[in-house]
Design a protein around this ligand. Sequence first.
Ligand code: CP
Ligand code: NVA
Length: 321
Amino acid sequence: TTQSGPRHFLDLKDLDATTLRQILDVAAGMKQMQKGRRFPLHPRVPLAGRALGIILSKPSTRTRVSFEVGIRQLGGDAVILSPSDMQIGRGETITDTARVLSRFVDALVLRTGRTENLHELARAASVPVINGLTPSSHPVQILADILTYEEHRGPVKGRTFAWTGDGNNVLVSLIEGAVRFGFKLRAATPADMAPSQAVLDWARQEGGDVVLTTDPRAAVDGADCVVTDTWLSMSDSEEEAAMRLAKLSPYRVDAALMALAAPDALFMHCLPAHIGEEVTEDVFEGPQSVVFDEAENRLHAQKGLLAWTMGGENWLSFGKE
Ligand code: CP
Ligand code: NVA
């Protein structure tokens, strides 16, 4: 990669396609290596002595546990931090917090309700900062999704993904993933819930094949993978909930919509799911659904990412020992 300074992982668009592919290759190698192996899962513990600080200002199940377990499997330690228990809660700046934590830990994960906080942390930290979800994007989720698709169906390159539902943070990262990994994306959202023009312009500039529509049937038609997410994200106000659910109900993934996709299409959802809202139970529990493989792959994909951020010169060998 040409990036200088710490190996921040803020958005998929910040990394080149080669580095992203290498992260998934290392992830797949480490996953393969640990299957059937008892402790230690890895013959060497390549991140022994390293500490990962995980700052969560929003709830999390998958992100928290997958990063904590992932760093431990590689021989390191995790420190889970909540801003309300830190001096940040009493007004210490993010910049000073970044400078202090950089003296203690070797990388930081941040989940925040304010995208600017992530960038402020990254600017001031001298260690890598990883985006653990902001209202604007969720790049680690898409690493896991691509790993999952490829395990089931082979290379994503040239395939067609469909998104139907809210034009949220996960969709933005899926758009960036489509461009970097070379798959087509058709996204259906209500007109006033579409992703920002900026990310669409970026995708076009980069030569990506990303099409936006308001018609879920047009998006899903013939697709190789159908992806959706909750209709009410952590950053959305509860007051808008009823309005959002009403507007989004035509975008629900049910058996009839899924039947328009390719016969071997997969169904994906980053979880947590709201059955009966964005997806019906038959699809969620059905044979095309790979949602729990996706959840598991958060662990494996992020171990590849931790190798890149903290593994130094030898990170590419992590999946090969
Ligand atoms: N998909 C995901 O990021 O889940 P959590 O909110 O549980 O971390
Ligand atoms: N779009 C959801 C994803 C949760 C993992 C949210 O931001 O709440």
